[in-house]
Write a protein of this length. Structure first.
Length: 124
C-alpha cells in the first residue's frame, strides 16, 4: 500500500468518525429536556385518573427496541470501519455475505414492539 493510499484511508476513517460523533451529539442534544428519554421508552397512554400518579408506564417493547437498535448500530459501525479498511488494503469483502442471517435475526429484537403495535390495531 502506497503512502497516498494510507493517507486517503485514514482521512476516510477520520471523516466517518466525525460524522458518527456529529450524529451522537445531535442525538444527545435532543434529550436536553428533562424526562425525554423516559417518555420515549414509555407507553402512549392517556393521563391517569389519579393526578398524583403521574409517572409514565414503562414499555418493555420500546426498551428492547432501543437496546437492539444500539447493538445493531454498533455492529454496523464496526462493519463500516472494516469495509473502509478492507477496500484500501485490498482484502476480499465477500466474507460479508454471511452477515444477512445475522442482521435478520437481530431484527427479532424489534418483534415485541411490532407485536405491541399490532395488538393496538386490533384492540376494540
Amino acid at each position: 500500500m502506497t503512502m497516498h493510499q494510507v493517507v486517503i484511508m485514514y482521512f476516510s476513517l477520520f471523516v466517518y468518525t466525525l460524522v458518527l460523533i456529529w450524529g451522537l451529539r445531535m442525538l444527545k442534544s435532543s434529550f436536553k429536556v428533562e424526562g425525554t428519554l423516559l417518555k420515549l421508552l414509555s407507553e402512549d397512554e392517556p393521563q391517569p385518573k389519579n393526578p398524583k400518579d403521574n409517572s409514565p408506564k414503562p414499555s418493555f417493547s420500546r426498551l428492547a427496541g432501543a437496546v437492539g437498535s444500539m447493538g445493531l448500530a454498533a455492529v454496523f459501525i464496526g462493519i463500516g470501519y472494516w469495509v473502509i479498511f478492507a477496500l484500501f488494503t485490498g482484502e476480499d469483502i465477500t466474507r460479508l455475505d454471511g452477515l444477512g442471517p445475522y442482521f435478520l435475526s437481530g431484527s427479532a429484537l424489534f418483534a415485541p414492539y411490532a407485536f405491541n403495535k399490532l395488538a393496538r390495531v386490533f384492540k376494540i
